[in-house]
Design a protein around this ligand. Structure first.
Ligand SMILES: *Cc1c(COP(=O)(O)O)cnc(C)c1O
Length: 242
């Protein structure tokens, strides 16, 4: 390793050590076991060698936002035993390129998209892909995510699609200033998650509640997140100029 790469490795390792402590503390405070929470490294804009440095620290899950960027970087990544998820907004015309290439698509938010993903997955050797349904919680301006009040109806519509397995929910709430406000939004998500679980919709399981990013993962875990998606707290501020 060159000097700069080894110092980058140390930087990422130290960040991960700090995040790991925070996750453990949040689990303790919530009376949850650490095993209930998956730490995903969000790798948009991060070059492959830095992603590999994070993977060398023992991470087992990465998330990319864009189909094209993931496909370009993938061959350089050390993904043995590592899950890769698509977490960004997915356009229908990119569906065929990504289905079969990732372990999960976290950003399904319409019947139209769910149908396209299902049809594409039926043509892959696996015949099926795991998905989460993205919920637009607490954020009227964002275009992604199904509104909470339409969630149940969407799940019922897509539950018959044979090429997808709905395994839970994902949300990107607005960044709110206070701990209490952050927790209130995450708590709404947990309630939705539990309500849906209790309804036992055919072919829909509620195992994964993907919420919490660099600014709010502690609050998300306190409120029941099972997967936190962390980018800048691991890799530093993103550089969009490259
Ligand atoms: C960028 C991104 C994240 C991570 O954001 P940070 O604030 O850097 O932790 C998580 N989820 C999604 C969907 C993202 O696009």
């Amino acid at each position: 390793m060159t000097a700069s790469l080894s110092s980058e490795f140390e930087y990422i390792r130290d960040n991960l050590k700090h995040i790991e402590e925070q996750i453990q503390n949040a689990c303790n405070a919530a009376g949850r076991s650490r095993e209930e929470v998956t730490l995903m490294a969000v790798t948009k804009t991060v070059p492959p060698e830095r992603i590999n440095a994070a993977l060398a620290c023992g991470l087992s899950c990465i998330g990319e936002n864009r189909v094209q960027e993931f496909l370009e970087k993938r061959d350089e990544l050390h993904l043995d035993g590592v899950q890769a998820h698509l977490i960004g907004h997915l356009q229908t015309n990119k569906v065929k390129r990504i289905v079969g290439q990732v372990d999960m698509i976290q950003s399904v938010d319409s019947e139209h998209l769910a149908h396209a993903v299902s049809e594409a997955a039926l043509k892959t050797p696996q015949g099926c892909v795991d998905v989460l349904v993205e919920v637009n919680i607490g954020d009227e301006v964002s275009k992604s995510g199904v509104p909470a009040e339409d969630l149940q109806e969407l799940l019922e519509k897509i539950s018959g699609f044979k090429g997808i397995r709905v395994r839970g929910l994902m949300a990107i709430p607005p960044i709110l200033p206070s701990e209490a406000e952050k927790r209130a939004i995450f708590s709404q998500m947990r309630k939705l998650f539990i309500d849906i679980k209790d309804k036992n919709v055919d072919n829909i399981t509620m195992e994964i509640l993907s919420m919490g990013m660099s600014m709010d993962y502690v609050e998300a875990i306190r409120e029941g997140s099972t997967l936190v998606r962390i980018g800048s707290a691991i890799f530093g501020a993103r550089d969009y100029t490259k």
